[in-house]
Design a protein around this ligand. Structure first.
Ligand SMILES: C[S@@+](CC[C@H](N)C(=O)[O-])C[C@H]1O[C@@H](n2cnc3c(N)ncnc32)[C@H](O)[C@@H]1O
Length: 446
């Protein structure tokens, strides 16, 4: 059931013929997708049984067969892929983040686009992902950890506060704005029940503010992508047009993306020039849900700004000893400790004091009574470790491990548990028993 007032709005915008096609898309099943994580390639010869065609605008993206449950496969827990609606893969593709850059994902939870940006950055550079709501920021942090991303700072701050701390600092910024969610009516019941004309107006006002903060943080010459999953012109062409009028140093960058439809400057009054280069993704014109995206380019003069960087901490000796034993070289980074928890923050990490930080890069582990316990995040980042225990991904041992049960094996001490070759967590071996170290909050009930 569509919310009252919504079909009338769309009929007015689209006209009768296209509205009929649009409406018919609600009778079709929604498209589901997943994105493979290049940091955790599937073992040679392996494939995922639930993947069908590739998503045209994302080389790692696949449509998922109807009725399949990829979230239940242990390789999901191992971070081999992220479940993501195909149209939602468009904004990060358009941002085109590069290894070594400074990239900000300003509205990042639960982390679909953050994890896609991380894949594009190949572990190099600084990825700051921010989510204003603390609970949602925890989900974001957990997904960053699951996909084994080493170079992300996870923050939970208001965009205006970040704008004060990071003027002109980022090469690329994604604003995947909170919106009225009209494009998600096929996917989320809450999007239908929460919708009203007043919500659209409230979202548009908030989007303007977020976008203005983002613009302050973009380096001269930088690229900013604004996206929503809604159809309303107020939240899309309207927001971008008002932004361009207020920020003459920006323009909409024309980008080659033949799968998407042009935006509709004719749906708003006083459209800024170039608005037609933004994109609309229509559920009746492609295989995916409704989205909007605009690529904005700064033409401001000047250079990228720097801020003071985080000072490296001295890792406790027990941590350094443990890490020396890792055969896989650690990424470039700055050791940072919060109390007894140690991280390897990305090189050039800005000073973090005064910011709400959920993860300062790769969590290495914790010092407990002079003993070092490696973090779950470290296990998921590792591909190899001198001592591993591997079990078939679909076998009973991995199912038991994910429920938090003890396994059997001859290994002694900290051992990397792998599911069909992909790291999944730690076990600690002694006397033929492999004690389960899978975090309690992630365990499956059955
Ligand atoms: C569309 S969702 C982001 C989805 C995410 N980019 C992904 O791909 O998984 C928008 C996010 O913006 C957050 N948000 C809400 N109000 C905000 C505000 N005033 N400033 C910044 N973010 C806000 C929401 O909590 C939500 O997580």
């Amino acid at each position: 059931m569509l919310p009252q007032g919504f079909p009338e709005r769309m009929l007015h915008l689209l006209g009768e013929a296209e509205f009929a096609e649009f409406l018919a898309s609600y009778e079709r099943p929604r498209s589901a997708g997943l994105r493979l994580n290049p940091r955790k390639p599937l073992p040679d010869g392996a494939s995922l049984p639930f993947c069908e065609a590739q998503v045209p605008w994302e080389p790692n993206g696949y449509y998922v067969c109807e009725g399949s449950r990829p979230g239940l496969h242990p390789w999901h827990d191992a971070g081999a892929y992220y479940l993501q609606e195909p149209s939602a893969m468009a904004p990060a593709h358009l941002l085109d983040a590069q290894p070594g850059e400074r990239v900000l994902d300003l509205c990042a939870a639960p982390g679909g686009k953050t994890t896609q940006l991380a894949a594009a950055m190949q572990g190099r550079g600084l990825l700051v992902c921010n989510e204003i709501h603390p609970r949602r920021a925890q989900v974001l942090a957990s997904n960053v950890e699951r996909l084994g991303i080493p170079n992300a700072l996870v923050l939970s701050e208001h965009p205006a506060k970040l704008a004060q701390r990071f003027p002109g600092y980022f090469d690329r910024i994604l604003v995947d704005a909170p919106c009225s969610g009209e494009g998600m009516f096929r996917k989320e019941e809450a999007a239908v029940t929460d919708w009203s004309e007043a919500t659209v107006a409230m979202c548009a006002a908030r989007q303007q503010e977020i976008l203005a903060s983002a613009a302050e943080m973009l380096a001269p010459g930088g690229r900013l992508v604004y996206s929503t999953c809604t159809f309303s012109p107020e939240e899309n062409e309207g927001v971008i047009s008002a932004f361009l009028h207020a920020h003459p140093a920006f323009s909409v960058e024309p980008v080659e993306a033949p799968w998407f439809s042009p935006a509709r400057p004719d749906w708003i009054s006083d459209p800024a020039p170039g608005l037609e280069h933004a994109f609309r993704l229509w559920p009746h014109r492609l295989r995916g849900e409704g989205h909007f995206a605009a690529v904005l380019r700064s033409h401001a003069d000047g250079a990228r700004q720097d801020v003071p960087t985080e000072r490296p901490a001295q890792l406790p000796a027990a941590a350094a000893d443990f890490l020396r034993n890792c055969t896989q070289p650690l990424p470039d980074g700055v050791p940072v400790c919060f109390g007894s928890v140690c991280y390897l923050a990305p090189a050039e990490t800005p000073a973090l004091s005064g910011l709400r930080v959920l993860r300062a890069g790769l969590e290495l582990g914790e010092l407990r009574r002079d003993r070092f316990s490696p973090a779950h995040a470290l296990a998921l980042w590792l591909h190899t470790y001198p001592q591993t225990a591997d079990f078939p991904a679909g076998g009973p041992e991995i199912a038991a491990y994910l429920r938090g049960e003890t396994l059997h094996g001859t290994q002694r001490g900290w051992t990397l548990l792998t599911a069909g070759g992909l790291s999944l967590g730690w076990v600690r071996g002694a006397d033929g028993i492999l004690k389960n170290q899978y975090p309690k909050g992630l365990r499956r009930l059955r």
